[in-house]
Design a protein around this ligand. Structure first.
Ligand SMILES: *[C@@H]1O[C@H](CO)[C@@H](O)[C@H](O)[C@H]1NC(C)=O
Ligand SMILES: *[C@@H]1O[C@H](CO)[C@@H](O)[C@H](O)[C@H]1NC(C)=O
Ligand SMILES: *[C@@H]1O[C@H](CO)[C@@H](O)[C@H](O)[C@H]1NC(C)=O
Ligand SMILES: *[C@@H]1O[C@H](CO)[C@@H](O)[C@H](O)[C@H]1NC(C)=O
Ligand SMILES: *[C@@H]1O[C@H](CO)[C@@H](O)[C@H](O)[C@H]1NC(C)=O
Ligand SMILES: *[C@@H]1O[C@H](CO)[C@@H](O)[C@H](O)[C@H]1NC(C)=O
Length: 418
């Protein structure tokens, strides 16, 4: 992003180089202030987006005298001329920002120094698709945000995977369809991928595990199906994963024990013991999923864990979290809505937290005591139900088909600087 100081430096350069305000400011003694092709390319791009009819007339020198709030330029090294580095279009820059027939011009290809392209709330009426050839040679692009464009439809082009410099790709709240191209997994510099709130379908490709720099992955609110890819567990820098509101199914992959943060939904099966290796975990929300099995007691030994919500699952057996842990969390520990969960008789008498509304394990019909609670065995639960799974009536609604459960679990981690 061009800083205002760079901008001033640029203006200073011009004054020094030209000595006086020339009539033709596009040219200085060493050549053009801007390459003509790039300038014309910018005019095309802006003109095809904005309502303002004579963009080129109103902004003849967009990098210097007649700036546009959403356009930023920087001076290149050799030759020292201006290049367009940022185009941002959105309601914060102009209202209404775009014309009804707004589209992305192919002239984008004439802006090879562009590092940031962000277009918000622009394509509202005219149907716009992302042309596969549009981004091919934008070799400098680092930040691509096309958000809240209801008439931006079609597929996410595979060709986006060729922009190896990309660090942020946010295509959320559009109307994109089709699969997530597996080629995107080749974007090794990508730090944030947000495809949330579209109409994407198919499975999340395993190739997504190739995004080695990824810290944030948000694929929530689409029509994605199938399992959560195990390869996500290999991404060492991942801090937040949100897969909520899809039709994903499956269990929490044990590899997620490597993650700092995770947020997804529709998951069933046991809570993997490996979560307890996340020593920096501060908050773990697995509420309103379809998790089964016991609560791993090791969660209670996570030194930084300060919030644990396991409510509304199908967890069972005795709650074996330490009394000290339970007291420390107080109401930030929520295990309500697990009808087969129980606490030891001693603990239940102590009335520690109203969010521990679980019966005592002993002496209650149909509820197991502490000695018969099964050990946590994450991968042995496949298809096998604890013996008390059947034949117990519950006041809760019938269990949903696990494929269509639409809520979330969220893991946050303590930032290292905290
Ligand atoms: C989402 O995409 C499917 C095809 O994959 C289509 O049938 C459906 O109408 C789309 N939904 C919306 C809201 O556009
Ligand atoms: C736990 O999650 C449920 C939603 O599933 C929510 O109603 C409840 O307030 C949460 N508990 C805490 C302590 O945040
Ligand atoms: C437990 O808490 C309830 C209200 O929260 C109270 O009425 C009851 O007396 C408490 N029981 C004990 C044993 O402290
Ligand atoms: C089970 O509970 C009884 C009393 O409630 C206690 O004496 C015993 O130590 C507990 N066993 C285990 C394995 O926690
Ligand atoms: C739990 O998820 C269901 C949908 O699966 C939703 O209707 C309900 O509101 C959620 N409950 C809470 C407390 O979030
Ligand atoms: C936890 O945080 C510390 C810094 O506080 C950091 O050095 C360490 O790598 C983190 N551990 C994990 C598993 O993220």
């Amino acid at each position: 992003m061009a800083s205002p100081s760079l901008f001033l430096v640029g203006i200073g350069f011009l004054v020094v180089a030209c000595g006086a305000i020339a009539v033709q400011r596009n040219v200085d003694e060493t050549g053009m202030v801007m390459e003509e092709g790039e300038l014309l390319g910018l005019f095309d791009v802006m003109g095809s987006l904005l309502e303002e009819p004579g963009w080129a007339d109103v902004h003849p020198e967009p990098c210097t005298d007649t700036p546009w709030p959403g356009v930023e330029c920087e001076i290149g090294q050799d030759p020292p001329i201006f290049h367009v580095t940022t185009i941002h279009i959105g309601p914060d820059v102009a209202t209404p920002p775009c014309k009804p027939s707004a589209k992305i011009s192919d002239s984008l290809l004439k802006l090879p120094y562009l590092r940031t392209l962000s277009i918000f709330n622009c394509f509202v009426t005219s149907q716009v698709t992302l042309s596969p050839t549009l981004f091919g040679s934008l070799s400098s692009l680092e930040h691509l945000s096309l958000q809240s464009n209801p008439s931006l439809s079609g597929e996410v082009p595979q060709s986006l995977a060729k922009i190896s410099t990309l660090r942020v790709m946010s295509l959320s709240q559009n109307n994109l369809q089709g699969n997530i191209p597996l080629e995107l997994g080749g974007l090794v510099n990508l730090e944030q991928l947000d495809l949330s709130y579209n109409n994407l379908s198919g499975e999340i490709p395993e190739d997504i595990g190739g995004l080695k720099s990824l810290t944030i992955l948000d694929l929530s609110s689409n029509g994605l199906e199938g399992p959560v890819p195990h390869s996500l567990g290999q991404l060492q820098l991942l801090q937040k994963v949100d897969l909520c509101s899809n039709r994903l199914h499956g269990r929490i992959p044990p590899e997620f024990g490597q993650l700092n943060s995770f947020s997804a939904c529709g998951l069933m099966g046991p809570i993997p013991n490996s979560l307890s290796s996340l020593k920096n975990l501060t908050a773990l929300s697995l509420d309103n999923n379809s998790l089964t099995g016991t609560i791993p007691p090791s969660l209670g030994s996570l030194p930084n864990l300060d919030q644990l919500n396991l409510s509304h699952n199908k967890l069972s057996g005795e709650l074996l979290l330490s009394e000290e842990f339970i007291k420390r969390l107080g109401k930030r520990l929520d295990v309500r809505g697990n009808s087969r969960l129980c606490t030891s008789y001693q603990l239940s008498r102590k009335n520690i937290s109203t969010y521990l509304q679980t019966p005592a394990c002993l002496g209650t019909e149909g509820i197991v005591d502490n000695r018969t609670c099964p050990e946590e065995q994450p991968d042995d639960f496949k298809g096998r139900k604890p013996y008390w799974y059947h034949g117990q009536t519950s006041s809760r609604a019938p269990l949903q088909d696990p494929q269509f459960i639409s809520t979330c679990f969220v893991l946050l981690h303590a930032l290292s600087f905290l």
